[in-house]
Design a protein. Structure first.
Length: 176
């Protein structure tokens, strides 16, 4: 635990939940709607399908799922220009320390750091396009497969990432 950890109430959940400068979320001691005492505790976060940490916050019998990095930014980082997105400076979605986060535009966030190089490299890995009858066709990259088969490259990429099963009558897999 960091000795410089500072806790603040989460906006909209004052008196219920707090977040710290190192990205931990806790509930506070309270009496629930039935009059039962509830001891505060550190909340376990869950990693979403796209790699971001999130927590479930309850209020008035309803749950709200909140992304930890956005809670951090809203709580600790001024946003005078009303920028819409939060960037992880070290590109690690699990590092939600306040010093690792910054408000930014969508364009800045998309093009930040090594994202474009990583995406280009991923699109240049050899793959197989598998037809409905089971025939496997080798391509040097997803880009080349999409180009030669007349398909949408992002849909081919979604198939490779498991976000989609088929595109254009083919399934796709990495050639390992």
């Amino acid at each position: 635990m960091d000795d410089k950890e500072i806790w603040r109430d989460i906006k909209g959940f004052e008196g219920l939940y707090q977040i710290s400068t190192i990205g931990r979320v806790r509930s506070l001691d309270r009496v629930d709607s039935r009059g039962n005492y509830r001891k505060g505790k550190a909340l376990a976060d869950v990693v979403s399908g796209n790699g971001y940490h999130q927590v479930n916050l309850w209020r008035d019998g309803k749950v709200e799922i909140k992304l930890t990095h956005r809670l951090m930014a809203k709580t600790f980082i001024p946003n005078p220009d009303n920028l819409p997105q939060v960037n992880h400076r070290d590109e690690d979605k699990g590092n939600n320390r306040v010093e690792n986060l910054e408000w930014c535009t969508a364009s800045y966030n998309t093009n930040y750091g090594t994202r474009n190089e990583r995406a280009a490299k991923a699109n240049e890995r050899p793959i197989y396009a598998v037809s409905g009858s089971g025939h496997r066709y080798f391509f040097e990259s997803a880009r080349k497969a999409a180009e030669l088969l007349g398909l949408d490259r992002s849909a081919v990429s979604k198939c490779l990432r498991g976000k989609r099963k088929y595109h254009g009558g083919f399934s796709f897999e990495l050639a390992v």
